[in-house]
Design a protein around this ligand. Sequence first.
Ligand code: ARG
Ligand code: ZN
Length: 885
Amino acid sequence: RIHRQDYTPPPFLVDSVELDVHFNAGEVLVSSQLQLRRNPAAAAQPAPLQLDGQGLETISLAIDGTPLGADDYRCTSSTLTIDNPPDALTLTTQVRIDPDNNSSLSGLYRSKDGYFTQCEAQGFRRITWFPDRPDIMSRYQVTLHADKASLPVLLANGNPAGSGDQGNGRHWAKWEDPFAKPCYLFALVAARLDVLRDEFTTSSGRSVQLAVFVEPGKLDQCAHAVDALQRAMRWDEEVFGLECDLDHYMIVAVGDFNMGAMENKGLNVFNTKYVLARADTATDADYQNIDRVVAHEYFHNWTGNRVTCRDWFQLSLKEGLTVYRDQEFGADMHSRAVTRIREVRALRAMQFPEDAGPMAHPVRPDSYIEINNFYTSTVYDKGAEVVRMIETLIGKEAFRRGMDLYFERHDGQAVTCDDFVAAMADASGVDLTQFKRWYDQAGTPHLWASGHYDEQARTYTLTLSQSLLASATAANAEALQSPLHTPFHIPVAVGLNGAHGEDMPLMIAGEGSAAGSGRTTRVLSLTEFEQQFVFEELPAAPVVSLLRDFSAPVILDFSWSDEELAHLLAHDSDPFNRWEAGQRLASRLILAAAEDLSVGRPAYWPQSFVEAAARLLEHASDDPAFAAEALTLPGEATLAEEMTVVDPSALHDARNGLRRFVAEQLGNALLHCYTTHADDAPYQATPAAAGRRALRNVCLSYLGELHSDEARALAMRQFESADNMTDQFAALATLAQDDCQERVLALASFYERWHDEALVVDKWLSVQAASRLPDTLAVVRGLLEHPAFDLRNPNKVYALLNTFGNNHVRFHAADGSGYHFLATQIGELDRLNPQVAARLARRFDRWRKFDEPRQQQASFALEKLHSLAGLSPDVREIVGRALEH
Ligand code: ARG
Ligand code: ZN
């Protein structure tokens, strides 16, 4: 276990790296020449030189040209130690590696069309001996040698510095990266690929050559990625004044990839899922994800690469900030409100459960066993929320000044989250000392609010208090070495709604009227455990709108009446809170119904909810994308967090019961909305057109709840006639929930049509794994044997197995069959790819929230997995924590 507090500067620095990589049949030879020198900033006491390695077969070692004798060094399977090195030296090593058999997809590995790398976090040590830590930044020169016919494309970071033939059908290419970088940003590619080239001229007039490399034959699916890249480049100039520093910016797409994408300097490697798109193969969601991931990796060039992390505990320094930046990019490209809504929906579905479960950890973790397990929703998404709260507290302009200062101070350095916050504090003059608690403390804070209107005084008193729930704190006792009893600094954005939906003035007692007049939202700083805010000069009682735009990642408790929520849903000027009011109403009803159903009482659905939904449908044309979000009920995993003991079938039946009730009551309105929002024009991926499709497809899925011949025919018609994947897949997803002949026909014809498009086959797998039908586990088991499935390919694993693990009602089956199935698969997969196996194991996080018999089944499955011989540290850490807490 590695602890954040144990950080010490590296004893040696590496100024330059020269690599020669020879791709031979059945092996790769890597020769490396490192220029090393003692770190002047390191401890005075001379430490030995230590390098990391993994799976390397060492052929030769030399210092300053002299081969090392057996007494000159010590070598284990993971470290190479040289005890009395000179203060400056050239270390030459030659190793043999076996990327053809590297199923972990970390380091250098083989995929269908050639060889690719993934070095973050600690993959570079699988390529050559190296002090593998992000605070060592070096200049790289790389020469690749390979067979020309089978591996025609040879790439590495930086600029081309020569290439040619070397006889025997082999060729070579040399690349030079002018920027010093940590080794986790190293990349190379030797493959057979097609390329789409373009160009970008920066605001100062520099020309950047863009290139997107893809599997042969897929050039017609690259245009959107190039377009997204150009938009992201322009946006970063306009919004943050950040220009591209490269002459060449390359993106390589590969079908075997553990995560989404990787920001290697000048040579991003991407999961094909976030590059390839064509109207008939990719959905609107895919298009938007491509925008975001392309932008994310591009933004890393400044937030991550130019300024990087001192150690891996600081991961959120680059990830939280870069997610915040890609969120803002997304908000500027699409609807800001809908973008925010989707992000909060995802945060509640993923990060809140994480923060309440065995893997709860601070945005800046205190310790880890396997760093790859900490590429989490907390580090990424809560990290982005923390950056966003800073922006909310200090204001947009000060935030920009803070970014400028951050780059002015730290360009070319490996720094910490403290350095980032210090730049923000210094640029704004705002004291962020207390705010930094967000980096150190795991768990989602609860915010309790109550309000009181005094008719006589014409004041509204808002009382806010905060706490961390006992369950959250117990779950991460280890993370709580820092004093528990200090409150967070929480920005609470508030508005007051009048009887007709208008925003009321926000005058706070003691501030003078100038401060509040003209503003419809104010950000209150909650810094104590409890504080009161008094709003003055209010002629009537307001309906309070709290945490507008989700100004802090907290769980808010306020006892609005159903009528007040309906009022907010209809009128709040903050679109996020309009949506939020609807979600609250729906949650209330579903949770109450789940309780009823679990004790055999029928569910109760009030007419008022149907009326609210009817109003949404009536006004849907104003903003179809928003209406689609407002009509979508909270998901089962999110709702389950609010239950003390989860009864997944009652919850499932309650949620679908409400959907069915709405469909029965509003069948005509749903059909009308569906019909009137049809597009005659051919597919366009614009936000407006995507919004109309989203709305229609929500209507279709409600109608599907009727299980009527008409609804099935409607879905089948859409499935067959759609000119785009969004509509085709939405129809398939609706049919897949319905035990009917159309389902069988549609699934068969979908596979028949798309079996050659790997990413579409993933959709076919996931739509079956997500089905609520009772035989889903049997179907998933069957699909394991289908030629479409491959346990070695992460996208296939995520599509089939992870989707099943997220299928709340089927994974948590009462008889434990889901648990035993997934645990067995995790064990199998762990022998091939520990990182992906560990991600899959996270589906067990919430096992303690279920009833006793389920807990027994889950713990049995987990214990069995935990006891497997040869289990990876990755899975061991996840399962160990799940069993402990
Ligand atoms: N830095 C990448 C990104 O967020 C993620 C790479 C993570 N890879 C891993 N093996 N943990 O864009
Ligand atoms: Zn990232």
